[in-house]
Every structure is written in structure tokens, then in C-alpha cells.
Write a protein that binds this ligand. Sequence first.
Ligand SMILES: [Zn+2]
Length: 116
Amino acid sequence: MGSANLEPETGYATVFSLRIQKAADAWAMPASEIMGNVIAHELGHLLLRSASHSFAGVMTARWDSMTRMRDLLFNRRQAGAMQGQIMSRARKPASADVLARQRSTIPRSAILAEVE
Ligand SMILES: [Zn+2]
């Protein structure tokens, strides 16, 4: 329902809203609860700088109709690692070159189009 590109300094996350709506319909859950967790999951990949998944919590690889969306959390290690990443980035402002590459990484058509 989402993906993360982990390229250093130009990484980005994509969330597939049609897939989320289909899952919401199939699982009889609010799409907003699934969407929030998908966004958190993909941001987790970006901030953890890892494609790895965990056995429990919001960073699990698969969810289904039995997944309790309100109970999906980051564990303490993940939370600490993400806080460390954020603090590290806050201390090191991006150069103009990096900012230009970030702006050109995602084509505008990809932002506007729904990709299955
Ligand atoms: Zn994932």
C-alpha cells in the first residue's frame, strides 16, 4: 500500500490510496486508519534508513483484516533511531545542491497520478 525510496538525501515515500481504499472496503475498516498507518510505516523506512520489517508494530510487513490499526506503534528502538536521525538532520542543513536534487527527484506527474 506504499513504498519508500531510500536513496541517500533524496529518498521519498509513496502511498497508494486506491490500494488502501480497496483494503478498507475488504476489511470493513476506515480508510483513514489504514492510510495513517501506511504513512507512518513509510516514514519509518525513511527515518530508520532501512527496508527492514519487524515482527510486531507499525513496521510489520503485512497487515490484514485482523490487524488492530489503532495498536500499531513503533518500538522503543525504532523511536530512538528515528529521533536520532531527525536530530542529526536538524544539525546538518542540506546544501543547495541536495535541495535541487530533492526537488527534481519526483516528477510532478507522479505526484498527481494515482499509481496502482
Ligand atoms: Zn515496509
